[in-house]
Design a protein around this ligand. Structure first.
Ligand code: SAM
Length: 224
């Protein structure tokens, strides 16, 4: 089992009642059932074809598969933990917003956006949820962001800056974290390459220059 799914599973508290939204192959739930004591394991996917692929969990009576959109197939109070992994942040936010009626019952959201990381952070801040943990997990030379969020009611505005949104409000305070540093280095190379291209002009170039300076400063903060 890869490092990404291992990290997601490790973020689930023992005894949790878990729904894995966009479960697809169902491998996270299979791993949770094998390695940890979860009280409830429900896999949801809107695609019948995806659920048909979930052969790893079909024969496990402790895992229930349901077809539907986001949190909609969940009954009130059924789960306390929601995992959403491997979809873009905007799709993830859409699914969570449509399922807002379930939020008061949840103690933990475990989110692994496939793209648009700053958009997910901006949503967490706008909802005044508490970001409890943030990590970058590498698998097959690809970085994956992992966020553990507590959907607290009436939480405080975290007041995150543009640097927080771009780099990670918790990650940037761990400048020597190896996963984070490797991601910064990857980003530095990508931005330097983009800036070297003749086609990179105007607002795009300005944006890339700002990002590049931010990444250099973050790397310098963790040097030595
Ligand atoms: C790339 S797969 C990710 C599979 C798995 N979660 C992982 O991290 O390896 C994304 C899955 O999310 C499902 N999906 C996308 N939007 C969804 C939604 N709103 N509700 C339920 N499932 C959704 C897709 O059908 C697809 O099976």
């Amino acid at each position: 089992m890869g490092a990404r799914l291992q990290a997601l599973a490790a973020a689930v508290e023992p005894g949790a009642r878990v729904a894995d939204i966009g479960t697809d192959h169902g491998r996270l739930l299979a791993l949770l059932r094998r390695s940890r004591a979860v009280a409830v394991a429900i896999g949801i996917d809107r695609s019948a074809a995806a659920l048909a692929r979930a052969t790893a969990v079909r024969s496990d009576p402790g895992i229930e598969l349901r077809r539907g959109d986001g949190l909609a197939p969940l009954r009130p109070g059924e789960v306390d933990t929601v995992v959403i992994a491997g979809m873009g942040a905007r799709a993830m936010i859409g699914a969570l917003e449509r399922g807002a009626a379930r939020w008061p019952e949840l103690t933990r959201l475990i989110l692994q956006p496939a793209s648009q990381w700053p958009a997910l952070r901006a949503w967490i801040a706008a909802r005044r949820f508490a970001l409890r943990h943030e990590a970058i997990v590498w698998e097959r030379d690809q970085p994956h962001l992992l966020c553990v969020v507590e959907p607290v009611r009436a939480g405080a505005d975290p007041g995150w800056s543009d640097d927080d949104l771009a780099l990670g409000p918790l990650l940037r305070h761990r400048p020597q974290d190896p996963g984070y540093r490797a991601w910064l280095e990857r980003r530095r190379c990508a931005l330097a390459a983009a800036l070297a291209e003749a086609a990179c002009t105007g607002a795009a170039a300005e944006h890339a220059r700002r990002d590049h300076a931010r990444v250099l400063a973050a790397l310098a903060a963790g040097a030595g």
